[in-house]
Each structure stands twice: as structure tokens, then as C-alpha cells.
Design a protein around this ligand. Sequence first.
Ligand code: SAH
Ligand code: SF4
Length: 391
Amino acid sequence: MLDLKMSSGGTLPTSILDAERQLRGRSLFGLSNHELTEELAEFQPAPYRIRQLETALYRQRVSSLDEVTTWPQELRERVKAAGLRVGLPQIVATFRSVDGTERYLIACEDGQTVETVWMPEGDGVSVDEPDLPEPSSGSAPAAWSRATICVSSQIGCAVNCQFCLTAKLGIVRNLTAGEIAGQVAAVLNRHGVDPERSRVNLVFMGMGEPFLNFDAFIAAVRLLVGKMGIPESRMTVSTSGVVPGILRFAEEPVRPRLAISLNAPNDSIREGIMPITRKWDIALVLDAIRRVPLRPRERVTFEYVLLGGLNDRPEHADEVVKLVRRANFPGKVNLIAWNPGPGVPFAMPAEEDVVRFQTRLREQGIPAFIRKPRGRDIYAACGQLKKTANS
Ligand code: SAH
Ligand code: SF4
């Protein structure tokens, strides 16, 4: 059973927050065309004024209404006077790894912070994927040719996977569509990146379970694809196996690639490390995934965190082979050596066991890749995100 209770750790009382928000104004970033039209109804703007605002918000990623220079000043002033503002999330702290990875704390309106990770040269997930387009020539900054942004969907997480540091927070709250898409905008601004001309991938693999915040997650995807110009084929969402979310995802016309955090060769081992298995077992998750209409050459990723001695034995690899075959959809396995965290009682797998696991899968015809850990030294690697300013 999932523990979905909300923890109020570190936040201010709602009445104070509401008053503060009134003072600072209502945010426009994150609203769809329809929502912007409603929010600005009192100004009766022509539809093209809304489109100009969308261009400023999502293509230029402006941080204040003064920068919406396609609008007459008088309109900007009236909108500001009504208490509306851009509200683009701001990076308030940056941690830089020796491998170039950066982890950011991004401030939310209510004083909470959310974590986002920038990985130049990718995250090791897509290395062997032949179907990613090459970057357009001459556009990417010299320091990197391909980068991945790891995006959070919630503050904390309710799913309580035993090996994950984020789980220790419990669920604090869902992020809004603006807070999810805003992480991407803030990081693109920091690196001066035009996503239409550079090869930027997004992975929804930061803090939280995207499919337990489905509406905001999918609204953010629509903005990122439709308004910010990032192709959905460059996005991957990872779920711990929330079946109703997978079924909704299957109905979405615009959607990222899908990854499922398998992490165990069978239900009994999985139940021990991922309590969500008791609600939706592996068979139910695979049934739901079969409903997702895959695009040509698309494969579903099985993520598999290797925990020393627990799920990294050759017989476990053989079980995974059977499981992936039985799944009966095109799949591949990403192996992730467990990243340690304080108070998380597991062991890192031996390097030779990781390689042996991969070889065993490959020998039996299952595409398997080893995902390089990124930013372990700054707690930016998978499962290490936990709102903290000092590590
Ligand atoms: N909540 C979603 C997405 C975020 S977690 C999910 O669980 O799929 C992203 C990935 O990090 C998941 O595959 C998860 O299994 C993995 N992960 C979590 N903790 C980890 C750790 N300590 N070391 C390595 N990978 C970890
Ligand atoms: Fe949540 Fe994913 Fe961590 Fe599990 S692995 S606790 S679902 S963030």
C-alpha cells in the first residue's frame, strides 16, 4: 500500500503564503494558451497578443513582463498592475561535480526547493540508441555536444522504494506544470541553450513519481513539446509502475518514451525493495505497458538498479531475460549500479558483477546497457536527490 500522506516539513502556514503570493503576484509561466486567455480575460487581448506572450514565456524564456517587447508598454503595465508576473523559477544554488554534472536547487513560490540535474554528454542512457537525430551543425556550445536535463515531478516521493534517498523525504507536494517545465527553462537559460538547435534530452527521473502527478506532468510535456520546441522523442519518463498512470499515458497523443523501474527479477524480491509491487505486481505493470502504442523503432526501457548480493546474481539475470521476453513488446535493459546514500542499507554491486549481468542479458539476446553514474560526488546521481543545500 502506498503511503500518500503529505508532510508539511519546512513550509510556512498557508495564510501567510497566500498573502505573500498576493504581494508578489500570480505567475503566468506554465499556463497553456487557454489558461492564459482566461487569466488575461479582463484585458480582452486579441488572440495574437496571447501568442506573443507564449513566445516570450516559452521560446525567449523571459523573466519579467518588461521583456515582453512585442506588447505595447501600456498593456504590460496594466497586466503588472493587476498583480500578474512571469514567475519563471530561479536557480538558487548550484553544485558542480568533477564530471561536469551540475545539480541545482530551484526555488518554488512557497519557499520549497526542487532539484534538477544537468548532465553534459548525456546520462549514459542513450549512448547506443541509433534513432536519435544528430545535432544541427554549428549551434551547440563548444563545451558539450549532447546534454541531458533530469527533471523532478514532485517534492519528495510517496512510493518509498527502500534503496532511494528521495523516498526518505516522504511526499511533500506535487509540482505544478509551470514548476516542472520551469526547471527546464531555468537550466536552458543558465547554459544559453536553444533546444531547437542543440541536442538536449529530458529525463523525468528526478525527485518524485511522475505518474502520481499525472495532470501536471503531461501539461508540462505539452508545453515543452508544443511551446518550447523540444521533441517528445528526446524525452523519457520513468515510472515505478503506477498502473493507472501508465494506462492514461497510453492514451496520450504527445508523450515521451517510457521507462519502467523494474529493479528486480520477480515479485518477491521486488516487494522487498519496492512496496508498490504489492499494489501493482510486475504482470499488471507489463499488461498496462502493452497498451502503449509504441512508435516505429521505439523500445520500452527496463531500468534495473543493481544492489550488491540482492538482485545482481547470474540467476537473476536469467530471470530478467525470461521476463523481458514474456513482456512481448520491444524492450531494453538499463543497468544502474546502486548509488549509495546515508541511512540507505544496501551495498554497491561489484564492478565485475555489473558487467557479468550485462553480458548474460546480451548473450541471450536482450539489449542491455550500463548507465554511467553521474555526479555521485554532489548527490546528483539517480536516487540521490533529496532537497538539501549542504551536500
Ligand atoms: N520515480 C520514478 C522516477 C525517478 S527515480 C521511478 O522510480 O522510476 C529514477 C530512477 O532512479 C529509477 O529507475 C530508480 O529505480 C533509480 N534509483 C533510485 N534510487 C537509486 C539509487 N540509490 N541508485 C541508483 N538508482 C536509483
Ligand atoms: Fe520515488 Fe522513484 Fe525514488 Fe521510488 S525510486 S522512491 S518511485 S523517486
